[in-house]
Write a protein that binds this ligand. Structure first.
Ligand code: SAM
Length: 224
């Protein structure tokens, strides 16, 4: 039976992969990878020699339908991985899953690494209910989102690139209360992993004196 496995991969520390993920990546006929070079590096660590094919944001619209059809007709199993973390979480994957379901493909998603969960927990903000917004739009709709955050009672989780962290803090300063707490987790699972929690002003002081570098998850406390 043809099956698509959605396989999370490490977000930094290569040891953060499950035994089941390694077994499946070994067993499937094909691995669709966001960047075949990045995935080759991971596969080499675990002596996996399954063939790879590129599947990324620039070709997903074009090839999704035909890949699903091809794998179903050949009765083959395949896996989807992204460069880091869980596919489809701010990464390609949604189109493939939707098309697979449409064409009657069996889909099994493995649990595993994703950046927003450790960042949410490390913040110490309520995590019984929260919203995940991924990357904010760069221009259109960005301010509207931030104004919505000013009224949001649940904890808010965002992904942000290092060169926009200072801009984001400035925007949050304009629209959120002065005592609203923010938690920034950087380089999770890596050598220079750190989480800093404080008011917007405290975080601005930190990042004005030290240029933000690496990968960041921003967690915003909900409105009290
Ligand atoms: N699919 C991934 C996941 O499950 O988390 C997210 C991919 S998205 C393209 C990349 C963003 O995830 C980064 O810009 C950063 O916001 C966040 N991220 C990924 N790895 C991270 C890490 N080790 N530490 C902090 N943030 C990370």
């Amino acid at each position: 039976m043809s099956c698509l496995y959605i396989v999370p991969t490490p977000i930094g520390n290569l040891k953060d992969i499950t035994i089941r993920s390694i077994e499946l990546l070994n067993q499937v006929d094909l691995i669709l990878a966001e960047d075949t070079r990045t995935t080759s590096h991971l596969l080499k660590q675990y002596n996996i020699s399954t063939p790879l094919r590129s599947y990324h944001q620039y070709n997903e619209h074009k090839i999704t339908k035909s890949i699903v059809k091809e794998m179903l007709e050949a009765n083959k199993s395949f896996a989807l991985v992204s460069d880091a973390g869980t596919p489809a979480i701010s990464d390609p994957g949604f189109l493939l899953i939707r098309e697979g379901l449409k064409q009657g493909l069996e889909i099994i998603t493995l649990p595993g690494p994703t950046a927003f969960v450790p960042a949410l927990l490390q913040s110490g903000f309520p995590c019984d209910t929260f919203i995940f917004e991924g990357f904010l739009p760069h221009k259109k709709g960005r301010q509207k989102k931030i104004i919505e955050f000013s009224q949001e009672k649940r904890t808010i989780v965002l992904y942000e690139s290092p060169h926009r962290i200072e801009k984001l803090l400035k925007e949050l300063e304009q629209h959120l209360e002065k005592d609203r707490k923010i938690s920034i987790s950087r380089e999770l699972t890596k050598k220079f992993e750190e989480t800093t929690t404080g008011t917007i002003h405290e975080l601005q002081l930190k990042y004005n004196s030290k240029k933000p570098k690496g990968e960041f998850v921003v967690v915003i406390e909900g409105k009290k």
